[in-house]
Design a protein around this ligand. Structure first.
Ligand SMILES: Nc1ncnc2c1ncn2[C@@H]1O[C@H](COP(=O)(O)OP(=O)(O)OP(=O)(O)O)[C@@H](O)[C@H]1O
Length: 478
């Protein structure tokens, strides 16, 4: 697939999408800025709409910063449509009897063996006759690679019409999946890919010849029905990626269902999601008839290996002073500092820089690509302190960080303790079960109350720390 024309087409499409993406991001930024002004005087409350945008941005961010498989040692739950049929699991890619070009593509990507979820998902997806699948596992566990492999094994490159259709929640996410197809399908020169995304305008009456189409539900629906660029009756594999992000967007659920209804009965339907709340499950059942189901549990985070403290302060400046005392007394390799609002985060980052710290700021105004670059630099150790807001850092794992400072305690939009976020910020999974240190800054009766409720929730004592007392600080470092 590495032909020049293919690459050129992708470049052109990408450029078109990019300019559109930038536009959209600018619009978001304007909206976000306006909200920011309102928020600083109230709380950093998010509207549902912003929340939804966050999910897609989060997902993209995770893809951009990930270079490796998140290996999960937890149990895989498999529910077969026909419980009497034998359950296959593979430990090598050879066992799958892939076409040689495809196996070559897999190895060229540096994959040596299937990931945990792929061990079970791949034999099901590649079975004859094709079987439907609903699969859930956390981001980075190999879902995309799995369904790309399924699409590439079913596609007939000599047939010049769309045979595989993949829905993504946003065009940026569609592009990311496209890149995986491009890499894995590298040894299929005749295989082509089309992006059904807004802004990719084709001439009316045209039929597309690309064998794989990736796009967002609205455009794909138009291409299948109104514009008839795609004949849905010829689709052999239908993939619905990031179902949880998908249904968070107004209209995407209905559009996806309408597309699914146009497909032939024997079309293989595959749905993937990082989370599996009720709404996702209901949607999944609507679009994937008679499914096999695979779930991979997330590794549980625990506070067991974390030393937790709180520092009592009376103002933002005092909190900053306490932070400086901490830094003055102990050697902190790398720390993440969480603030409630963007305003506080930028203020704190500026103050810390003035004190001579190498600080990176992760903020909501930044484009996703910029955020990814900041995280990358921090991961590489180029910056020692990462100051961020809760929303920006949600779901991002920076495993090497052993010190976490809650400059503001995490609260939800109603002002109640956000225990889940607290756990995710400072908790450690079994695998990364290194010792950690968490320091919470408390500056009002209200935040003390939040802290108490967090203690109660986890049934773990958070000790008081006096940052004016050097001996005491030194003790915590040991
Ligand atoms: N079998 C494998 N061996 C080694 N690396 C793999 C394997 N499968 C996937 N990867 C790599 O692991 C990373 C995560 O894989 P992938 O993107 O498929 O996960 P995902 O579950 O789809 O994540 P997301 O939900 O964020 O899309 C990628 O960098 C991918 O190239």
């Amino acid at each position: 697939m590495a032909t020049d024309s293919w690459a050129l087409a992708v470049d052109e499409q990408e450029a078109a999408v990019k300019s559109m993406t930038n536009l959209q991001i600018k619009e978001e930024k304007v909206r976000a800025d306006t909200n920011g002004i309102i928020k600083t005087s109230t709380t950093a409350e998010k509207t549902d709409e912003e929340e939804k945008e966050d999910r897609a941005a989060q997902s993209l961010l995770n893809k951009l910063i990930r270079s490796n498989l998140v290996d999960n040692t937890n149990q895989v739950e498999v529910l077969q449509r026909d419980p009497n049929s034998p359950l296959y699991s593979v430990k090598s890619f050879e066992e799958l009897r892939l076409k040689p070009q495809l196996l070559q593509g897999v190895y060229a990507m540096g994959f040596n063996r299937p990931s945990k979820i792929q061990e079970n998902a791949l034999p099901m997806m590649l079975a004859e006759p094709p079987q439907n699948l609903i699969a859930q596992s956390q981001s980075g566990t190999g879902k995309t690679a799995a369904f790309v492999l399924a699409m590439l094994s079913r596609v007939e490159p000599a047939d010049r019409y769309p045979q595989c259709l993949c829905l993504s929640p946003t065009y940026e996410l569609a592009l990311q999946t496209g890149k995986v197809i491009e890499q894995m399908g590298k040894f299929y020169p005749e295989l082509k890919l089309a992006y059904a995304v807004r802004g990719n305008k084709l001439e009316r009456g045209q039929k597309i010849s690309e064998q794989i189409v990736i796009g967002t539900p609205g455009t794909v629906l138009d291409w299948c029905s109104k514009l008839k660029f795609i004949d849905p009756k010829k689709i052999k594999v239908f993939v619905l990626d990031e179902a949880d992000v998908m249904i968070a967007t107004q209209g995407h659920q209905d559009q996806s269902i309408r597309i699914q209804r146009m497909l032939p009965r024997n079309c293989q339907m595959l749905l993937f999601s990082a989370t599996f709340e009720d709404s996702v499950w209901k949607f999944a059942q609507k679009v994937v008839p008679e499914p096999n189901i695979i779930k991979l549990k997330r590794e549980e985070e625990t506070l067991d290996t974390i030393k937790q403290y709180y520092v009592l302060c009376s103002s933002r400046d005092e909190k900053f002073q306490a932070l400086c005392n901490l830094y003055g007394a102990i050697t902190i390799a790398q720390a993440m500092i969480f603030c409630h609002t963007r305003k506080t985060a930028s203020w704190l980052a500026a103050e810390l820089s003035k004190e001579g710290h190498q600080v990176a700021l992760l903020s909501g105004e930044m484009m996703v690509e910029q955020r990814a670059a900041v995280i990358e630099r921090f991961r590489e150790g180029k910056e020692k302190v990462l100051v961020t807001t809760n929303v920006c850092a949600r779901g991002i794992d920076v495993e090497q960080v052993s010190v976490v400072i809650n400059f503001d305690l995490p609260v939800d939009k109603d002002g109640n303790p956000d225990n889940e976020t607290y756990l995710h910020r400072i908790g450690r999974t079994g695998r990364f079960g290194k010792r950690g240190l968490a320091v919470n800054m408390v500056d009002s009766k209200h935040s003390m109350n939040i802290l108490n409720r967090i203690q109660e929730h986890f049934n773990k004592k958070i000790e008081r720390l006096d940052t004016d007392d050097l001996d005491e600080i030194e003790k915590i470092a040991n």
